[in-house]
Every structure is written in C-alpha cells, then in structure tokens.
Write a protein that binds this ligand. Structure first.
Ligand code: AKG
Ligand code: FE2
Length: 386
C-alpha cells in the first residue's frame, strides 16, 4: 500500500471462523443467586485495587475481570471473590456476542495446543528479570518514575513519538534465538500458526507460546508509567491488555509494511536486530477514524531509522509504515497496548481534538472564523477595536 492509498487498519487475525455478528441471548447459570439487578458504575473506581483473576478457567481474558471490577457497584466490592466472579460472568455473557465467544474459545484452545507441546529454548525469558532485560538507565528512569526521569533518557523527534535505549544486546539475542526455535518447531511439527496480524505473512505472536505473562508485566510495570505521563488522553493511564509479537523482514520474508494505524492505544516497537539496511519507519500524524485518510501537514512528517535495542513509543493512531528492508534481516518486537476503558468511552465521543491532528486543525479553524466574525460584527455595529 503506497502513501497515496488509504490507510489500513492493522489488526490481529481472527481465530477460528466465528461470525462475530449480532448479539444473541445467552443462558445464565441456574440454581445460584444472580445479581442482574445491580448496575455497574459508569466511571471506574480508580482508587480500588482489583483482585487478580489469572487462575480463572473461562473464555474471557483474566484482565477483563480486573478492569471490570473497578466498575462494580460499591456494595459488590465487599462480597467474596467468587460472587464477584459470578456477577461479572453474567455481565460478560450478556454483552459478548456468541461469535466473539467462539473466537475467544478457539484461540484459547490454539494456545493450549502450542503450550502443551512447545519446549522453550531459553526459560529465563519467560520471567521478567529487569536487570538482565533492560539497559540500566532505562531501569533507573522507570524507578524514579517522573516525567523528568523519562525525558532524561528519551528523544522526541516529532510530537508524540518517543525513542530511547531499552533492551540489552544479550536479551535481544536470546529472544531472537527463542523465536527461531519456535519457528523451527512449527515447521517440524507442521503446525499451522497464526501470523501476528492482517498485514504480515511472517513473524510470530509471542503471547501464543508462553510469553504473555512476561509481556503483561512489561506493559504494566514499564510501559504504563510512561504512557500515563505522555499519552493520558488516549487511555495511557488505563492500559489493560496487549498483543505482543515479532515482525520479520528481509529476503524471503516481508519486505516492507504499508501505511497503517495499529489496533492499539499505545505501541511499543523495539528493534531486536539483526544486521540490515533500510526498514525505516515513516510517520504522518495522528488521526481519529473519521480523519484517517486526511492530508498530512508538513510538520507531521517524520522518518526514523531502527537501531537494535532502541525502542520507539507512539500512539496506535499515529499513521505510519515501514520502508523496504533492502538487505539483511530485520526483526522487531511489537507490543500493542490497549485500554478497554478508552475504547468504551470513545464510542460516545465525537471530538478528538486532544489527540487527532485533523480534529485539532478543524477546531482552530472554527475558532479563527468565530473571532473574525465577532470582530466584523463589532465593526459593523459602529464599535472600534483598541
Ligand atoms: O516494521 C516495523 O518496525 C513497524 C511494525 C509496525 O508498525 C506494526 O507491526 O504495527
Ligand atoms: Fe504499526
């Protein structure tokens, strides 16, 4: 897809073939008290620390329960965990269409199949170990946890695009070996894997072969502190799920990546290596759905060259693409971070001038017009402007 064409929306591929259309009535469990008459709070109780639900055997992602808990009516916060779970399951069953439930269930089975057979090469990668994963200045900045400390390790080559040295070379090496090992296994057992999203033929979803808990920690403990500060208007303070994957470019792999927006609120993109030329990212301004194909303003143009170990953090709605990797082999780690609260609120909003460049431009234009019209009316009425 060229820059002249429409911007694509890059999404994870659907698992299974659930149709995902239309809501259907879902039977509620019988024989137990239900809490269907109680209403959720519209705004989350951000002071409340939700329980963890990682141990739950349901078709829903455990993070959904933790997020939903903040919306429980105050009296429900006091009841035992089991009762909270039942209440939340009833709500989810009412709102999640059957097609989506089937899709979630199939994806879960797909992951279980991989996890029961795949033997990790480097088990150290599966537990978050900051001192072996990250560069010391990055760890210090996160520990200090202030805007100043983050900015001290970052560049902001264009508004809303942050770059910083993040991963240690040895960690990049181990992760590359793990991905290679996973792909070898996939080929050996002829397993049909799902690619990271709709625009890549190569690459792998890290969450699918056991790295999900480690990536959740990465998001919660290392990305959220920064996104709270730099991207609060797009859900940066309420990130609650992620999609973690690697993309691979080179001869016999994907060459480039068309102009698109990510299915994320915040995207972390870190180059893992290896040796390559080309593959630059190009950015062309942040846009809401309505303005996704609007013109780029000159000040929105940014080209960025990847450096192994170096991270780039941007809004998912920041339009971008990757130029051809002209030689060698380039592999990048991508973490699409999402906020269910932001997505829900967005449904009821029309003006995105706090982050969409085109909404902002239109708003300024309207303000200019209204000031000019007021001046004119004033002059016509015989007044004078000092
Ligand atoms: O190739 C890259 O570095 C960009 C990847 C990207 O934008 C994506 O996967 O959404
Ligand atoms: Fe992207």
């Amino acid at each position: 897809m060229s820059l002249d064409g429409a911007v694509e929306r890059r999404e994870d591929p659907p698992a299974g073939n659930g149709n995902g259309n239309g809501a259907v009535a879902v039977a509620l469990p019988t024989g137990r008290p239900t809490y269907g008459d109680r209403r959720l709070r519209l705004n989350p109780n951000t002071e409340h620390k939700p329980e963890r639900y990682d141990d739950l055997e349901t078709e829903f992602d455990p993070s959904i329960f933790s997020s939903l808990e903040r919306h429980l009516p105050p009296t429900m916060l006091e009841v035992p965990r089991d009762a909270k779970v039942q209440f939340m399951k009833e709500i989810l069953a009412r709102y999640l269409p059957e097609g989506e439930r089937t899709r979630v269930q199939r994806h879960k089975e797909y992951r279980q199949k991989i996890m029961s057979a795949y033997q990790p090469l480097h088990s150290d990668l599966y537990n978050m170990e900051p001192t072996t994963f990250f560069m010391p200045p990055f760890i210090k900045a996160i520990n200090d946890n202030t805007e100043e400390s983050f900015r001290s390790i970052m560049s902001e080559p264009s508004p809303g695009v942050y770059t910083f040295a993040m991963l240690q070379p040895n960690f990049c090496e181990l992760l590359l070996e793990e991905v290679e090992n996973f792909e070898k296994w996939v080929n050996a057992v002829k397993f049909k894997i799902m690619r990271p999203n709709t625009m890549n033929k190569y690459g792998a979803v890290l969450d699918d072969f056991g790295l999900e808990p480690m990536l959740s920690k990465l998001m919660e403990e290392f990305i959220c502190p920064m996104s709270k500060v730099f991207f609060p208007e797009v859900g940066g303070s309420t990130l609650d799920s992620h999609h973690g994957f690697v993309v691979e470019y080179g001869k016999d792999k994907d060459l480039d990546l068309g102009f698109h927006v990510d299915d994320s609120e915040i995207t972390l993109n870190v180059c893992l290596g290896k040796q390559f030329s080309g593959g630059e990212l190009f950015f062309r301004g942040v846009r809401c759905d309505k303005h996704v194909n609007s013109d780029t303003q000159p000040e929105e143009i940014l080209d960025y060259s990847h450096v192994p170990g170096q991270a780039i953090l941007h809004r998912g709605r920041h339009r971008h693409g990757a130029r051809a990797t002209t030689s060698g082999h380039r592999i990048n780690l991508l973490l699409w971070c999402r906020s269910s609260v932001f997505r829900e609120m967005k449904k009821y909003q029309k003006d995105f001038s706090s982050w969409c460049g085109e909404c902002q431009r239109e708003k300024k234009e309207r303000q200019r017009h209204s000031v000019a019209a007021t001046k004119l009316a004033f002059l016509r009425s015989g007044g004078s402007i000092i």
